[in-house]
Design a protein. Sequence first.
Lengths: 433, 491
Amino acid sequence: VNWTEEQVIALAPDPSASKSGRELASASRWVSRWMSERALWGECRGSGSIPYRTQIEIRSTAFKCSCPSRKFPCKHGLGLFLMFVRDPGGFIRSAEPDWVTEWLEKREQREQKRTGTEEPGAALAAKAKRAESRLKKVKGGIVETQLWLKDLLRNGLVSIPENSHSFWQSPAARMVDAQAPGIANMIRNLGDINYFTDGWQSELLEQLLKIYLLTEGFRNIDSLPPLMQEDVRSLAGFTKSQDELKASEGVKDCWQVLGRQIEREQELTVYRTWLYGTGTKRFAMVLQFVYRNQHVETGLIPGTGSLAELVFFPGTYQLRAIVKHHSSARPFTSPDGLKDWSEAEERYASVLASFPWLDKMPMLIKNITPIKENERWLMKDAGNKYVALKESYDRLWHLLSCSGGEPADMFVIREKNSCTPLGMWHDQQYRIL
Amino acid sequence: MEAWNETVKAALLGTDRNGWSEASLPAEVKEVLANVNLEEADQEEKFMKAASLMMTYHKAGTITPALPQIVDLKAGADIRPACSKKAADLLTATIAEGRRELTALWVQTCDKNGKRIPHWLLPEVLDLGASNEHLQQHVINISDARGQWLARFNPSWKYALPLSIEETWETGKPAERSKLLAHLRKNDPGRARELMASTWKQENATLRADFIKLLAENLTREDIPFLEDQLTDKSQKVRTEAKYLLRSLPGSSINDSVWEKLKQHIGLKASKAGRSEIVVKKVSAEDKELLLAGTEKDSETTVSLKEDERWYFHMISAIDPVRWEDHLRLPARDIIDLFGEAKKTQRLLPAFSLAAHRSMNTGWAKALLEAKVMANAVLLLKMFPLSERENLYCGIMENDISVVNAAFDDDPGHQWSLDFTRFVVKLSSADAYRFRKEWYRTITLHFHKEIIKELDKYGPSDIAMKSFWQGMSQEIVQAVEIREAITHSLK
């Protein structure tokens, strides 16, 4: 598989690490560089007398280094990987030394342990009791939230903008107490609506109704179809154990990593990695929360393909998934896309019918041209219909430079009134935007 | 849309006052709502159930609007072939690592080899041009048609748009007009002068004076009539700037007057020992005023001069030095040596360097360098082809490499011979703490590639400095390797 420098640099925890990594991608800095089917390893000259031992597991792009850096991957890992991408011929093929074999074996054992553990009966009983108690609390909280919603709608929403941000804190805190953090978040987010721009009225009502639908769904959860029950529980904030999920059978496919969105909130970074299965023709989204400079260890690098098994979180609209197993990297191919925005709308509507909380929907769409109308940018399809480009979109210049005003096939995240392109095909290659 | 708007209006007013009824809902929503049990629901609950259905119906049925007309915004076809992927990766890396010198070299080499950058790198490269004026023309060339198209949308990249000379001159801001004039003066000096003359009467005095200063680039005899016209300008600032330029312009009446005056004041006489020596007469106040332009600024060389010396300095620097050979009937080197013998005249030698540079007189430049007249030596060195420059530098600078950067900065892509590289590395490594990373980043662009095999041979004797030099050696190796990769990948 041909990795690109961009893909390697995308693994860096911060710009300074990527800069140092590039600086270390020089043969003169390395005492030795080796490779096997499973791994790359090398010894890098540092300030001390003993060189640092750096190793990379190719299958899941995992790193290990003997340097004292807290960054992950460290500059040595990035430098070694960059050198491999630039010139694999510079690596000597060899049997793995003990220090590499030990690490690889430990990783394998850890993975097996993660998927193979079973909880004892007593623990299961205690867990069931806790779950029952929580259910009661959530139901209690929901009754109060519904009353609160009714109060708001009885009095009318017109004076809502006069309230401060703290107006939403009390009902949100109540739902935190009721152990429904998902609903609490939805309430808290009402405070983030921009009440100074036209359109807040529709936005506010929509969000309130989504909360109402969720609470109503939870109130009647037993009468809902099983998958919708999962939707409601998940939105309310009931998490699913990843170990449990990993124990179930996943979807094996060649998953193409179409893009990644990164949101930073203080020291927490949220990674949304978007994938498309070329065989199953379905999308997946791997969500990861990373604290400080920890590395996102999935081996899912935007712009690459990977033969992997993904387990989807249950629900009517299954999108979120976790990686159960990686077997090998695969070349990136050009998948089919929707022919225009009308077809995209149909797809959106069909999901919405069973999942009214739908916000973001990934789409591959053909022949889209960015065009400027007055001061806003629109994404026009072959039939001259358009969807606005998201206002906060920060890769406009790259989108335009690759498009040149010509239509291109793109991967976009469709939202209610706008879209965010995350990648496009340019010169027969997929480019991450 | 209408039904959803009605629902929103009702929510704004509140269920106590809105008088909302299901009648306003579309038939499809009503049909589904009919299956919902609302018997025990209060007014608010009824509203929320109906509004939730309405919301889903509204969102699912959003019809993407069609544009009233297609706006043609297609980019033209590029003319140049794209550079290789390897070259593009190197550019991405040098930008990301903040290696400004190697990035500039990349851009210049790409342009020189007639290549263009891949489309996806256009934003980074156009940004580069926005922050580095010297690279702008190269950036414009390597950005090709797609770059010009893209630059239309971002005001920071305005520099990359095709320039309409007349339009910019007539309607541009003063800074834009000055920039245009400077550009033209470099490439088409006559056109620049004509442009100035076309609107001369409408310009204010400050602008007129600023524009005249720009004529210093590529100054020729053809500028004399225009400049002499300005000697009667009503603005003192304009008159002095014109006088300043004319003074060093052979063929102008002021330049001739300066020479006449110098001839009268400087001559030869025989000393008691029978040797020739330079005689310099005192300058009258009237002469001083007549020929000084009034805009002369003191440099490092002139600041310590006395008033008379300063006058002589400015006058000598305005005259082609070859005239002295006729006047004193001696070759250049003898004249330089005679001036160098007496303390009084020794201080005027740097003025001959300026004069040699102004008149591009390489014979005098060489004689001055050989006589080790160090002031303005870099200016003189740069008058020679790069191949000759290395020997001249070694000959005159001996153990001083502090100006080696400046002496070769007119061609960052030029590679030194291995011997000259060794000369520089030997001196810089011996004084390792003096030359920092930034200095090496520029200088290594010129290093002969074979030097990286011998870096271990050099270095200071001090142990602490030795380790510093080892770190620097690694930097040098890396920079030379990247430079080589850039050169090969852009072929």
